[in-house]
Design a protein around this ligand. Structure first.
Ligand SMILES: Nc1nc2c(ncn2[C@@H]2O[C@H](COP(=O)(O)OP(=O)(O)OP(=O)(O)O)[C@@H](O)[C@H]2O)c(=O)[nH]1
Ligand SMILES: [Mg+2]
Length: 678
């Protein structure tokens, strides 16, 4: 039994691969709890989850949805999360505040790998979880094969709690392996008890034996009973199941079809009786039971009319509207049900609520009246590094400031989103987790902030340098009436090794160029190299001022600056200019079965493989390191995912600049000229 529940609201988060049926399960759970009178469907766009227009347009979740329910007198919060890897931080943050996770998977062994990252995250963070093999109404694959495939991605043993009853090709019900009762699924209703079909008896005995044997690994008394062939007491078995789930020692696996409500009541009963209490999670996260109120923010939203909302789990105590936490006043306590928010006077221990207008508060923050300091067990997962970028153009110039403001808010909501203003190319660039992620960001700007933007492929940060030394003389002279201008200089321009940037020196003796004008010469040079003859910033050159002349009245800083610019503008095209392209060191993480395909991807993208190895701490994964030109990184993630069931990912950092010549270089320079001419 759940033990010390102290009546506090418990929280179950629904996670799992893309499109496995999480939002459908969320809907079915809310219906089973009586929160909603009529169930909606994902296909019709009528579910409580996915209320955001971006989610409805895709029939796929793009953000977290929270809902509440009461089941057999217990109070529950359910959190539906997006399955797409591009929105994975949302799911991870929700897991961090939940008592347990329900991992919804497809009934296909071939899709098991897609559950790998989430199972690993649950394992790494010791979060108790249950697996629901969903869509049993569509399936013909053997459940034990699906289970075996999933086991390859789980550090904890997975144990079947039910086996399917099949009639022909269809799964019509299940046998509960503890109670040894058989049930027939009924659409939209709780399953009905039936007689145990003879056809499943043999399989039932086998599967039940496996369940008990796995449990016996954690209990000597049970092991002894099994050795003596004594059938253990069912109540004791339930007790063992509860203990092992709450201690996150093993993972029960149940069957169902969320869309038809099949297996949903059974799942609810399982988490009710065997799942951890709120208190157990408080202990797991290293939080003291006694103390002042303590809440943790797992989601931040800037809602259209409500302003900023901080979604929290109440780990301890009660918070009232108007209370001050971390020095910030709580202006409104709301209970979210999908897109709706119900105002409440206070939030009690265990609950998931949204606090209004806590401007300085961020996702991951621990809130207390005195100012929260997270316990070590409350460490917040770091957001993933961005892997995909799009440039953003604001067609209406009047919107530019508003777009920056709205993007700042979206970045606060979404820690895996970054905005970079590239000053050199005067380009606004969004960095995120994939094409869908960034398109959803653009849609949020339109739907929520009423701002239009156009997206495109971001420019590559090319540079240029020279390959030959050149001596150059330049004279700037304007002496037609009034105050004239005069400056005369001789410079040597020479190439430097990669990474040295721009250097300036002078060898002037005897005041050929008076000392006070030399800084102006340097300034003029630096000004020019921001954009060289090929159209890009010039790096790795040295300019030495060797000689020159001046006029006692007409010379000025300005005149020497202009002369310097003239000198370089003439010198550089003669100095054998060459394009430099940024090369990054890319580390790709990939399931081993896809590693060979990664090699192909890298060589077709002008990559240079540096090495590959088993990935540390990730059984069944490899890590491939390579040099890759920046131009080839833009859509790399899309191809990696296409070749790895969506699982491969990469990290990257700038390594060096490398010469680019030939047709590719010509194309880059021509494109730059076209852009500049616009
Ligand atoms: N046959 C069948 N289809 C289902 C079942 N549950 C969900 N589906 C369908 O699977 C598709 C995805 O369902 P969702 O509930 O949106 O899945 P999800 O896991 O929330 O998807 P994401 O949020 O995009 O990860 C929809 O077309 C559903 O109709 C089920 O039990 N049986
Ligand atoms: Mg969903």
């Amino acid at each position: 039994m759940a033990g010390d529940t102290n009546g506090a609201t418990r929280c179950a988060v629904i996670v799992g691969p893309y499109q496995s049926g999480k939002t459908s399960l969320f809907e079915a759970l809310l219906a089973a709890c009586g929160t909603i009178a009529r169930k909606g469907s994902v296909k019709d766009g009528t579910t409580v989850g996915d209320a955001a227009p971006e989610a409805r347009a895709r029939s796929a979740s793009t953000e977290v949805t929270v809902g509440h329910g009461s089941y057999l007198g217990d109070s529950w919060t359910f959190i539906d999360t997006p399955g797409s890897i591009e929105f994975s931080p949302d799911a991870r943050y929700a897991i961090m505040v939940a008592d347990l996770a329900i991992v919804v998977v497809d009934p296909e062994a071939g899709k098991a790998a897609a559950a790998g990252p989430i199972l690993k995250f649950l394992d790494d963070n010791d979060v108790p979880h249950v697996v629901l093999i969903n869509k049993m109404d569509t399936d013909n694959e053997r459940v034990r094969d699906v289970l075996a495939a999933l086991q390859g991605h789980s550090a904890r043993p997975l144990v079947l709690r039910q086996i399917p009853i099949r009639e022909g090709d269809a799964v019509t019900g299940y046998v509960d392996l503890v109670s040894e009762r058989a049930y027939r699924y009924r659409n939209g209703e709780p399953s009905g008890l039936i007689e145990l079909p003879v056809s499943v008896v043999e399989r039932e005995v086998e599967a039940r034996g496996q369940l008990l044997e796995t449990l016996a690994d954690y209990d000597d008394a049970l092991l002894e009973q099994l050795l003596e062939e004594i059938d253990p007491d069912k109540r004791k078995v339930y007790g063992h199941l509860a203990e092992t789930l709450q201690a996150d020692l093993l993972v029960p696996v149940v069957l169902g079809a969320a869309e038809r409500d099949n297996g949903v009541q059974r799942l609810l009963k399982l988490i009710r009786h065997e799942g951890p209490s709120h208190r157990a999670s408080v202990a797991r996260r290293g939080i003291a039971v006694e103390g002042e109120p303590l809440a943790q923010v797992f989601r931040t939203v800037h809602a259209a009319h409500m302003g900023k909302l901080s979604y929290v789990r109440m780990w301890r105590g009660t918070v009232k509207d108007g209370d001050v936490l971390n020095g910030v006043k709580v202006s409104g306590v709301y209970r979210p049900i999908g897109g709706k928010l119900d105002k409440m006077p206070s939030a009690a221990e265990g609950e998931v609520v949204a606090f209004g207008r806590m401007e300085a508060i961020q996702t991951g923050d621990v809130l207390t009246p005195a100012g929260g300091v997270p316990e070590p067990g409350m460490a917040w997962p770091a957001p993933p590094q961005p892997v995909y970028a799009l440039s953003v153009r604001v067609p209406d110039r009047n919107d530019e400031v508003k777009v920056s403001g709205a993007l700042a808010k979206l970045c606060e909501e979404d820690l895996s989103l970054m905005v970079k203003q590239d000053a050199e190319l005067s380009e606004l660039v969004l960095w995120g987790q994939g094409d869908t992620h960034l398109r959803v960001v653009a849609e949020r700007l339109r739907n929520r902030f009423k701002l239009n933007v156009e997206t495109g492929r971001p420019a590559v940060a090319y540079r240029e340098t020279i390959r030959r030394s050149v001596e150059q003389h330049a004279r700037h002279k304007k002496q037609s009436g009034g105050h004239g201008q005069f400056a005369d200089i001789k410079v040597t321009v020479e190439p430097l090794p990669r990474g040295r940037g721009f250097e300036f020196a002078d060898t002037i003796v005897g005041g050929a160029v008076p000392k006070q004008y030399i800084p102006a010469v340097e300034e003029g040079c630096r000004d020019y190299v921001r954009r060289g003859p090929l159209g890009f910033p010039v790096v790795d050159i040295k300019v030495t001022l060797t000689d020159g002349g001046f006029h006692s009245v007409d010379s000025s800083d300005m005149a020497f600056k202009i002369a310097a610019r003239m000198a370089l503008a003439e010198a550089l095209p003669k100095a054998d200019p060459v394009l430099l392209e940024p090369i990054h060191e890319v580390t790709i993480s990939v399931p081993t079965e896809a590693t060979s395909r990664i090699h192909g991807i890298l060589s077709s993208r002008r990559g240079q493989i540096l090495g590959f190895d088993a990935k540390d701490g990730w059984p069944g994964w490899d890590s491939v390191t390579a040099y890759l030109p920046e131009a080839e990184i833009h859509d790399l993630i899309l191809e990696l995912r296409a070749q790895s069931q969506g699982l491969a990912t990469f990290e990257w950092r700038f390594d060096h600049l490398s010469e680019l010549t030939g047709r590719m270089a010509d194309t880059v320079v021509q494109h730059r000229e076209q852009v500049a001419a616009r």
